[in-house]
Design a protein around this ligand. Structure first.
Ligand SMILES: [Zn+2]
Length: 262
């Protein structure tokens, strides 16, 4: 699980150099980055190929286009971006890093400030950039809701809350369908929050694969409405190699994650 790939340090941000080192490590060690469809097929068949990962990005930041996409394309690694469909802008594609006129991307804190003021374009992707990344065959796009609202904090009445959440999810699905011509069945929860009612609403709204921030490795037999992820830190290839050695080994990772929890 990634959020930002950016030279502006901050929360949930991986530097371009470390991201490049991590992706380079995957590519040169024979790992395959699955498309969302390959991932859901593997889960459906209960056979997850060895040395396979699903690389995800939450929120749809501009830096995913400027910094992450060129690296993924270079190494032939696929990734999935979960978009907040109400936060995307219109307009022409902006130049990627290393090209004249490449935009200065905001830090995580600045991006949150821009979003609060409704100035999404300075910090988030445009539909044209989404389309370019999709056309490249490198990136899949799925739902991170339409408004990124924590309805459990906004509305106390359970029925009204379910309705607001359902609207948020169905709107995002409709927009993805209209813009990309495909109905997404993959949903990532804002801030990782979900409960049983959230899960029921999402399943009733036509989502089957629900991505959480629960820290674990996906193994065959995992509950599709409760997919865990591993946070990728802002560290280089040596750290990444150590973690992949642990997470790639069922016994080691079980002990390691139990130890971390304790
Ligand atoms: Zn988010």
């Amino acid at each position: 699980m990634y959020h930002h790939v950016s030279p502006r340090p901050g929360l949930v941000t991986c530097s371009p150099a470390n991201f490049r080192a991590q992706m380079g490590w995957l590519a040169s060690n024979g790992w395959k980055a699955l498309s969302t469809a390959e991932f859901s097929d593997a889960l459906a068949n209960q056979v997850i190929p060895k040395k396979s990962v699903l690389i995800t990005f939450d929120d749809g930041y501009l830096d995913n286009w400027v910094y992450a996409f060129p690296v993924l394309r270079e190494f032939g690694l696929r990734a999935t971006i979960f978009l907040i469909t109400g936060w995307l802008g219109e307009g022409d594609i902006r130049p990627c890093a290393g090209h004249a006129g490449a935009p200065t991307v905001p830090s995580h804190k600045e991006a949150m400030g821009e979003a609060k003021e409704g100035r999404f374009d300075a910090a988030f992707l445009r539909w044209s950039e989404v389309e370019a990344m999709r056309a490249s065959g490198v990136i899949d796009f799925h739902s991170h809701t339409h408004t990124h609202t924590r309805w459990d904090r906004e509305i106390s009445d359970p029925i009204a809350r379910d309705t607001a959440l359902a609207n948020d999810l169905i709107t995002s699905k409709k927009i993805l369908m209209a813009k990309l011509g495909e109905a997404s069945e993959h949903l990532c929860w804002p801030q990782g929050y979900f409960d049983e009612r959230y899960q029921r609403v999402a399943l009733a709204s036509g989502f089957t694969h629900l991505y959480t921030t629960e820290h674990n490795v996906v193994r065959s037999g995992v509950e599709l409405p409760r997919l865990p992820r591993i946070v990728a830190k802002d560290k280089g290839a040596a750290w990444f190699a150590r973690r992949m050695a642990i997470y790639g080994n069922p016994i080691l990772s079980t002990f390691y994650l139990a130890l971390k929890k304790g």
